[in-house]
Design a protein around this ligand. Structure first.
Ligand SMILES: Cc1cc2nc3c(=O)[nH]c(=O)nc-3n(C[C@H](O)[C@H](O)[C@H](O)COP(=O)(O)O)c2cc1C
Length: 343
């Protein structure tokens, strides 16, 4: 077993988290990851047009019905995310009112917007005071990690540009970002994310100051994930070069290069990206939304297929238990071998 500050913080067996993957459902995946000893995360699914509070509530109820293990949830705090205010106000109250929810829904991960929105919510402050819940925020750059620290987060998810799906304008690799953030915030609890899929990479993340890894693409290619079989099928033969960084209605995003991705711009600067995002018409927004529905139903050509460069190191679609066991065994071997080099 590998014990870290993060496994101790959440009372979990393994330092492995599933990454949030909205607007797709990840209930069964989160359940499988938590049951296997990691920490599963419920995604913010409201972009598909449903009520975000109801969706999260239903997912939390599903989790506590099927497992006694800890789990987490994601709230996208972007201005463009409808319902964010209701989520930060209502969800803490709902969780506070149920002992099992309060004890198990421990990991509150915000991303893609300000880390302050949840931290400033009165109901979340109340929940935090009366439970063991922790607030983490995704930080894709040192200056953004500083903002998280200013908001009083309990930790950060350090996500580099090779990661799949929702991205930032920063384009710093996970390797460099982890070193930078570790140097600037040595005591801040960190979860490394973006590009992880193997035991060797877990051992590397720990060496670089992280207490756990979070994986998206690796877990999409699992028997338990809710993604369409055609979506999963793209991963084992995929290469890092099959993905690219594009932009659209939801900001920078790493996509599999299909017809949908190639119909979007891939600007190289933050300024160009923001200029394009500001120029998106309401009609284009509706079209972009449709791309998520399409891919959910298996259209991997004109749908938005969010994947990371890590697809280049994933060879098969596996059971979540096997994925976690294999990664932990390998990481333990690597850590042992490395320490045997010390003379
Ligand atoms: C299908 C998909 C959807 C995603 N949606 C979200 C999201 O809703 N919120 C978020 O913070 N990150 C989102 N991301 C980013 C992941 O949380 C994570 O950073 C990424 O998957 C890490 O890279 P990896 O795929 O190499 O593991 C998404 C990623 C994927 C692949």
């Amino acid at each position: 077993m590998i014990e870290t500050n993060i496994t101790k913080m959440f009372g979990i067996k393994h330092p492995i988290f599933s990454a949030p993957m909205g607007p797709f459902f990840t209930r069964d995946l989160a359940l499988a990851v938590s049951e296997a000893g990691g920490l599963g995360v419920l995604s913010n699914v409201n972009i598909v047009g449903t009520d975000p509070v109801d969706e999260h509530k239903a997912s939390i109820e599903y989790m506590i019905e099927h497992t006694d293990k800890p789990f987490g949830l994601n709230i996208l705090t972007s201005r463009n995310n409808p319902g964010v205010r209701q989520m930060v106000r209502s969800l803490p109250r709902i969780v506070m009112g149920n002992v099992k929810m309060r004890d198990q829904c421990k990991y509150w991960l915000t991303s893609a917007g300000s880390s302050r929105i949840l931290a400033e919510s009165k109901s979340f402050q109340e929940l935090r005071k009366n439970s063991e819940v922790k607030h983490f925020h995704v930080a894709p750059a040192v200056w953004l990690a500083q903002k998280c620290v200013n908001s009083g987060v309990d930790g950060i998810v350090v996500t580099g540009t090779e990661g799949g799906g929702h991205q930032s304008y920063e384009r710093v690799s996970t390797l460099v970002l982890l070193q930078q953030i570790n140097k600037n915030f040595p005591d801040l609890p960190k979860i490394a994310c973006g590009g992880f899929a193997t035991g060797e990479s877990l051992a590397a993340a720990i060496s670089l100051g992280a207490g756990a890894i979070a994986m998206g693409s690796r877990f999409i290619a699992s028997k338990q994930s809710e993604f369409h079989e055609k979506y999963k099928g793209l991963i084992p033969p995929g290469n890092p070069q099959d993905t690219g960084l594009y932009t659209g209605s939801f900001g920078p995003i790493r996509l599999y290069k299909n017809e949908y991705a190639l119909s979007h711009p891939a600007p190289s600067s933050k300024e160009e990206m923001i200029a394009y995002e500001n120029s998106i018409s309401p009609e284009q927004r509706v079209k972009d939304l449709g791309a998520y529905d399409r891919v959910y139903n298996g259209d991997i050509d004109t749908g938005a297929v969010l994947l990371g460069q890590s697809i280049g190191i994933i060879d098969s679609i596996d059971d979540v238990n096997d994925i976690i066991e294999r990664i932990i065994n390998k990481a333990e071997n690597v850590i042992r071998t490395n320490s045997s080099m010390l003379k």
